[in-house]
Write a protein that binds this ligand. Sequence first.
Ligand code: NAG
Ligand code: NAG
Ligand code: NAG
Ligand code: NAG
Length: 313
Amino acid sequence: MRRPSNHLVTLAFISIFSLFIFILYLLSSYKQLSDYSLISSYLVNNITASTDTPPLSIFIGIITLPDSDRRRNFLRALYHTQISRQLPSTVVVDINFVFCNLNKPEQHVFVSLEIAMYGDIIILNCTEDMNSGKTYTYFSSLPHILHRRYDYVMKADDDTYLRLPKLASSLENLSRWDLYYGYLIPCERENPSDRGTYMSGMGLAISWDLVEWISESEIPRMNKVGPEDKMIGEWFNKGNKAKNRVSEKPGMYNFPGSDVEKCAHELIPETVAVHRVKKLEQWRDVLLYFNVTVGIVKPSKLIHSIDPSFMSE
Ligand SMILES: *[C@@H]1O[C@H](CO)[C@@H](O)[C@H](O)[C@H]1NC(C)=O
Ligand SMILES: *[C@@H]1O[C@H](CO)[C@@H](O)[C@H](O)[C@H]1NC(C)=O
Ligand SMILES: *[C@@H]1O[C@H](CO)[C@@H](O)[C@H](O)[C@H]1NC(C)=O
Ligand SMILES: *[C@@H]1O[C@H](CO)[C@@H](O)[C@H](O)[C@H]1NC(C)=O
C-alpha cells in the first residue's frame, strides 16, 4: 500500500521541481531581455494581454514638513481620485510624503498615527534647514529604502498640483535611462542643454539609473550644500550625466499671478503641473478648472447639500 503512494509523491515532487526550474529559467531570460522594473510593473499590475502600451512606474516624493498634516490629507484625497479613476492600468504611481527628522515631541505622536493609518511617509536622516542637503539625502536614500525600483523618481513640492495622467503621458515615450525632466530654470529658457540651466524643484523627475548614480557617486556627496535644485543640475554637469534632458513647457508653470511672474501663465488644458498653489482659493480655482470634483460623489440620503455637478450615479 505504501510503495505506490511514495512513488506518486516522488513523481509529483519531480514535476513540481522541474516546473519551478522552468519558471526560474523564464524569469532569468526575461531579466536579460528587458530591465527588472518592466517585470515588476507587470507583476504589480497583473497585466497579461495589453502589451501595446509600455508599462511605466513613477515614484513621487512630495517634500513637506512634519506639521503640514492638513496639506497632506488634502493631497492624499486629490491624488487618490486620480490614481483610482484616471490612470491606465499600465501605469504605477506611488506617492509618499518626505520630511527630515522630527524635532518636537508631539510630532512623534501625530506622525505615528498618520504612518499607521496611511503608510505613506518617509522620514529621512536630515535636518529641515534650507539648502542643507535634504534633496541629496532624498535621492541617495531611495535605492536603500524602497522595496522596488521605478522607471522614474520624482521630487515635488507640496504646493504643486500634479496631473498624474498628463505626467504619465508626458513621460511615456521618453528615455528610461539618463533622463532629467521638469521645468527649466531660468523661466524664459527653452533649451535644457544651455549652460547654467536646471530643473525647478516644483516637480522634477530623473530615471532610476541617475538615482543610483546620486547614491553612489562622489560628486553629489561632495557638493551637497547649496541651492538644492540648482545643485542637482551641477552634479549632472560635473558627472557628465543626464544626456537626456526634457523641459515640460508650457505644461508646467507657476499659478497665474504668483510672485515669480516670469514662470507663470494662465491655466491650460495640457497642464502637467501647476506650482505655487498656496491659498485655498487658488486650490479651488485649480480644482474647478480641471473638473477634478465633477461627478465624484455618489448621491446619498446622508448628503443633503452638495453641488449637483459633483455627483454622479
Ligand atoms: C491580481 O491577480 C490576482 C490573482 O489573479 C487577483 O487576486 C488580484 O485581485 C489582482 N489584482 C489586481 C489589482 O487586479
Ligand atoms: C544620521 O545623520 C548623521 C549626520 O550626518 C550621522 O552622524 C548619523 O550617523 C546618521 N544616522 C543614521 C542612523 O544613519
Ligand atoms: C507615445 O508613443 C505611442 C506609440 O508610438 C503613441 O501612440 C503615443 O501617442 C505617444 N504618446 C505621446 C504622449 O506622444
Ligand atoms: C471641464 O468641463 C467643461 C464642461 O464639460 C469642459 O468644457 C472643459 O473643457 C473641461 N476642462 C478641462 C480642463 O478639461
